[in-house]
Design a protein. Structure first.
Lengths: 157, 186
């Protein structure tokens, strides 16, 4: 007790080094995550059904397929996992192979289909067909959890 | 002259027993330099981390916000088995129900809905929801024709925009049906 009194009031110091460490780690983490996100999420004018029955995306493993189209609604490129596939039979077959490998690696993953609102169904249909076949090839009797990406109602544009 | 005076003053002080005194052989200039260097060594090298923390937190907030923006889209849920096969796997005793087919095609730059069943044909996606909701069998609606797990096949024509195909799908989900799938390529 005496020693405490003789020592005088304790000095209060904020140790900020661990704080900076954690902040830097978080910055690096979010920088990496957003990079992954950018390669998966191409800026598209998604369909906007109203009133919508869609639900917000959950943090589940996902396989994202993007349909990049021109103004006439013709898909020019399919983008999957940062890789581009041309919208012809060869390209779709390559896409199917890539999706098969991805489903085999992660059977619980949802398949997110992101396509522009004006894309013609003739471009979507073969890909849906190939994704179904890819899942069956990867894991027999496997049912793919297909998710159709739409714009939330409250967002403008 | 000034130095001689300071030496005399120091000797006086020593004689009076009031030492120690500053070394008399140092000049005024030297003393100031020593003091300055001592002060500097006491201060040490300091790093101003406050701007670094500011920048770090700005970056953190930016990336958190950017991440949230990317995830803001919503999803319509469906299951995709091999195409053309209904989603429900019936038991060996159950009858395999044929799916109810809804076709979408373009006419005069508009998408037309055609239900391949003897029922009122919808003129819009909202009407599609209303009609199918009225046909849904439940405890509240015992006169309904279809249970919620009745398979429905949505068959958009080749030139139908994806927006309308999704709108029809959305309308059926809103009506309460769970087994909706897209028809294979025609």
């Amino acid at each position: 007790m005496r020693s405490m009194l003789t020592r005088g009031p304790a000095k209060v110091e904020a140790v900020i080094t661990p704080l900076i460490d954690i902040a830097m780690l978080l910055v690096v983490f979010f920088a990496l995550v957003s990079q992954i996100g950018i390669s998966d999420f191409v800026k598209l004018n998604l369909p906007k059904p109203s009133p919508t029955a869609a639900v917000p995306a959950r943090n589940e493993p996902r396989i994202v397929i993007n349909a990049i189209a021109n103004n006439d609604g013709d898909v020019t490129t399919w983008r999957f996992s940062g890789e581009n596939f041309t919208a012809n039979s060869t390209g779709i077959q390559s896409l199917s192979n890539a999706v098969t490998a991805a489903i085999r690696a992660n059977p619980a993953a949802e398949v997110h289909l992101r396509a522009d609102a004006n894309v013609k169904y003739s471009f979507i249909s073969p890909v849906l067909d190939q994704v179904g076949k890819a899942a069956a090839t990867a894991i027999p009797e496997h049912v793919v959890k297909l998710r159709l990406a739409v714009q939330p109602e409250h967002r403008g544009g | 002259m000034a130095e001689a005076a300071s030496i005399a003053k120091a000797l006086d002080l020593l004689a009076q027993g009031k030492g120690p005194v500053e070394p008399v052989w140092t000049t005024t200039h030297d003393t100031l330099a020593n003091r300055r260097s001592m002060r500097r060594s006491k201060r040490g090298i300091s790093l101003n981390v406050i701007p670094m923390i500011d920048v770090t937190f700005f970056l953190l907030v930016f990336f958190v916000c950017a991440n949230k923006t990317l995830d803001r889209e919503e999803l319509l849920r469906t299951d995709l088995s091999q195409r053309g096969v209904a989603m429900v796997s019936p038991t060996s005793l159950a009858l395999d129900e044929p799916p109810l087919r809804i076709e979408l095609f373009r006419k005069d730059n508009q998408t037309v809905i055609k239900v391949l069943a003897p029922m009122t044909q919808p003129n819009s996606f909202d009407q599609l929801t209303d009609i199918f909701q009225s046909k849904l069998y439940s405890h509240e609606n015992p006169h309904g024709l279809f249970p919620s797990d009745h398979p429905i096949e949505l068959a958009p024509n080749q030139d139908v925009p994806w927006n309308d195909a999704v709108a029809a799908f959305n309308g059926l989900v809103r009506a309460g049906y769970q087994q909706i799938h897209f028809a294979g390529p025609q």
